[in-house]
Design a protein around this ligand. Structure first.
Ligand SMILES: C[C@H](N)C(=O)N[C@H](CCC(=O)O)C(=O)O
Ligand SMILES: [Mg+2]
Length: 378
């Protein structure tokens, strides 16, 4: 099974309602979709969201990285030599983790199809079912309480509440939410870097004193402020989860060695795909630090790739894989079943996912084209 072509398209799926965080407001998933074609006729699928405010990746950048830099290095290679291919993928250019993630997951899709196994089985096969939370966007208290109430009616027992947009309002909003929901719902908060270290400590302590039962707080402070993150982690009882502070295995290692956070949120779009995500899992096992598997605004394709990793490895004890639950439609068929909070892995080989009946209505071609001329090593 040799790689004969890599093609890029654009995928646009409206969200059920605007997604609002401390960093941005978005109304649709607008991702890059790739297909890797082989001489056996097998096709591997991959997806990357242009989350510029977190990864620095834009749609044009992802397309350019894949078609201009990665594709020329991979054409002609046998998929079964995954280790060699991964080395070529990750040395094609620095950064560009979303582009690498799309290609990486399409390669793992093909690799597992070649071995006729669902990918999560090849990654360790830890479990067949997962539970995800649902994200509640930051809005006024009444709207957040109503969104949370609706989510609980759909069967979600864990909600990830976006905070950090206006820190003065955060305590009030969380108190109102807890009052609406009662004690039976697990609440995790994601500040998306919106607090200063002092603000974070003050707010989290106030929440502890008010007995609001917060399971964890994700990325309270700026991504690059590891000292601030460590300060918050040391000053509060509540678990602190590092998200934007951890892209690579090296970032994760630093956090673990410093104990700058209690938990790590692994996202394929930050690591550059499954190959690097597995290295964070291995480090986390060594340090005994549990991980969350997270996602950006992604359709069921790339969230399924993340679900395969989460179902493969025991060290991933929490999932924030709500991309499909936020989308107004699912253009895919096959693969892991997302039934609101419940994710059930399926038996098909690879990621298990292929385009479904409504696929074409969400697809367009990129505006620009790039040469795929192989580059010479200087
Ligand atoms: C969608 C997921 N639940 C989530 O909240 N991810 C965000 C970043 C998403 C984005 O802005 O596209 C996070 O964990 O910070
Ligand atoms: Mg986050």
């Amino acid at each position: 099974m040799k790689i004969t072509d890599i093609q890029v398209k654009r995928l646009r799926i409206p969200l059920k309602k605007p997604f609002k965080t401390a960093l941005r407001t978005v109304e649709a998933v607008e991702d890059i979709l790739i297909t890797i074609h082989t001489d056996t006729g097998d096709i591997g699928y991959g997806e990357a969201p242009p989350t510029a405010v977190i990864t620095g990746d834009t749609r044009e950048g992802i397309e350019g990285a894949i078609l201009g830099h990665i594709k020329p290095r991979l054409l002609g290679l046998p998929v079964v030599e995954l280790e060699t291919i991964m080395e070529r993928l990750h040395t094609a250019l620095v950064g560009n983790t979303s582009a690498k993630a799309a290609v990486d997951m399409a390669l793992y899709d093909l690799f597992a199809r070649y071995h006729q196994a669902p990918l999560f089985r090849l990654l360790g096969g830890a479990r067949q079912t997962l539970a995800t939370d649902l994200t509640i966007s930051v809005n006024d208290s009444a709207e957040m309480a109503e969104d949370a109430r609706q989510a609980v009616l759909l069967g979600y027992s864990t909600l990830k509440i976006k905070v950090g947009k206006d820190p003065q309002q955060d305590l009030k909003r969380i108190k109102a939410l807890r009052q609406t929901l009662g004690d039976g719902v697990t609440l995790r908060l994601d500040a998306n870097q919106g607090w200063t270290p002092r603000e974070a400590v003050k707010l989290i302590r106030q929440m502890e004193e008010a007995d609001l039962g917060i399971e964890l707080v994700e990325q309270p402070v700026k991504a690059g402020d590891l000292e601030g993150l460590k300060y918050v982690t040391q000053q509060v009882e509540t678990l602190i989860l590092a998200d934007e502070s951890v892209f690579s295995p090296l970032d994760a290692l630093r956090i673990m060695q410093e104990r700058a956070a209690d938990l790590i949120n692994i996202k394929l779009m930050k690591t550059g795909g499954i190959h690097q995500a597995l290295k964070i899992c291995a480090l986390a096992e060594i340090y005994g630090m549990e991980c969350m598997m997270g996602c950006m605004l992604e359709s069921r394709l790339s969230v399924a790739a993340a679900a395969h990793v989460a179902a493969g490895r025991n060290i991933i004890t929490r999932c924030d894989l709500d991309g499909p639950g936020l989308c107004a439609d699912d253009p895919w068929q096959g693969g892991p079943v997302f039934d609101h909070a419940a994710i059930t892995m399926s038996k098909e080989a690879g990621l298990g996912i292929v385009p479904g009946p409504t696929f074409d209505q969400y697809i367009s071609q990129p505006f620009s084209s790039f040469s795929a001329t192989p580059q010479k090593k200087m």
